[in-house]
Design a protein around this ligand. Sequence first.
Ligand code: G6P
Length: 609
Amino acid sequence: MCGIVGYIGSRVAQPLLIEGLKRLEYRGYDSAGVAVLEGDHLRIARAVGRVAEVEEKLDQLGGFAGTLGIAHTRWATHGGVTEANCHPHRDDKSGIALVHNGIIENYAALRTYLEEKGHVFSSETDTEVLAMLIGELYEGDLEKAVKAALREVTGAYAIAVLCEHDPNTLVVARKGSPLMVGVGSGEYVVASDASAIIAHTSQAFPLDDYNVVRITREGFRTSTINDVPVSPKMMQLEMDLEQIELGGFSHFMQKEIYEQPKVLRTTLRGRLDHNEGRVILGGLASFAKELIKARRFILTAQGTALHAAMIGEYLLEDLAKISAEVEYGSEFRYRNPIIEENTVVVAVSQSGETADTLCALREAKDRGAMALGVVNVVGSSIARETDAGVYLRVGPEVGVASTKAFTGQVTVLTMLALYMARRRFMSPEVCARCLRQLDEIPAKVEQTLESDYRVRKVTERYVERDNWLFLGRGYNYPTALEGALKLKEISYIHAEGMPAAEMKHGPIALIDDGMPVVFIANKGRQYDKVMSNIAEVRSRGGHVIAVATEGDNDIKSVAEEVLYIPECEEYLSPILAVVPLQLMAYHAAVLRGHDVDKPRNLAKSVTVE
Ligand code: G6P
């Protein structure tokens, strides 16, 4: 959801800014722009489209030579996708340029106020309002003007600001949207996330809400918008460049699907104690005593993470025999939720920055819940605002369509359920057996990936179809939802996911001759019921693509296409069953000629409500 980058140092800023934008392009990619200070002269290039379009503009302009600059890649909120609405935005009085990620909620009132003062706006954005406000309040001290402006603002922001009259200062600030400062030697790179920093330095610190950092080539100072000094929490970035490069794959989504066996091994590493038959989750250690009292879990998330959370609900109830429910963060927050004593709220999120999930978490905490995070990005907002948590350790996920984060989330939630089960009633022997089964999963994902060619062939046969259904029961009902979401997100095919049994209560009316219906029909408690649902589809002309358990030959007589997954315990089956669905969506998008890693209208990290 918009990516911002800033640089101050002794190197020419433009190539660093462009490279940073390309790393952040997954956050938004409908337009982009760069502003650089050449001496005291502000130069700006902006373009609708990808970062490459801005690069072209910069070439036409002969490039910018300055060593202080800011840049932005946009996912439009206020105002359409036009050059006038592209960032950086400028004020009309004080030589201010600003890039912004987030939404200024009181922009309309501020705009009226500024117009009354004679300012003339050239865009429809909330961001230009903030640039004008800073310009209006500027009296020779950029940091002071930024703070004064931010005290007037409601909403969310991560901003980077520079000023023509102060060629040695970059001011950045945050509330609600992520921002990090990378500290090199005599230079600083600020960015929405570590991927735009790591090529230059591994020393960085994230900003907390209401923090402002004034950066010069000689050093930096952090304080709140009310001028209270803050000590930044410096951290060592663990990402390496290889993790955010394609490395021979055609797309990040493909790379990330294929990375799953390796990253899931990392997710599990050191956490399964086979000898003692227990799960060791270091991130929960300080919270173990509280957790044992837990009577109810509420899992909250959005998108793919919500589907993982739904599987978590089944796992907690089935394995740990503890009451659990799932709720969209966006709904939870506004429906006056009842939080009884000993309720644990688990926020599940790849980015750790999703505003809907974060707001739900805050609401739950305010109402007295214990807060856990199941998050991928280390040091992200959710990770910092939870009482305890478990990191996914699946490495940076760049493809907008989430894949390895999903299997990582389900793996962590499985460990959480076993952790709770063992503390509540499960014997070490039973737990040890589960751990062995879980430990085999990465190798089974590897085996599942071997069917990629076959998945592609099956996808080719149906890719022209515009309506698909995805059906599953029990643990694989959420998998069906995830399969449908993947297809929608990147191939723009209309797909519905639902419990297989629900189909006959209405959606069955959709089934016509040749409609692709994907069933997750692995061996398990509900296998026979799923077979009946398949028969219902077949008798109405639907074409069944079944994800089935290796060795199940019966299914071949009822399904047109069968994609096999290795045999496994039912509670682990979503981690395998989702893999052919991820591949199917990937191939459908490629076959339809779409930009797999940057699907239209989407953004990977949605930091507005
Ligand atoms: C966005 C993305 C989805 C993602 C969801 C939750 O909507 O497009 O792919 O699943 O956010 O993201 P999170 O980072 O919280 O897992």
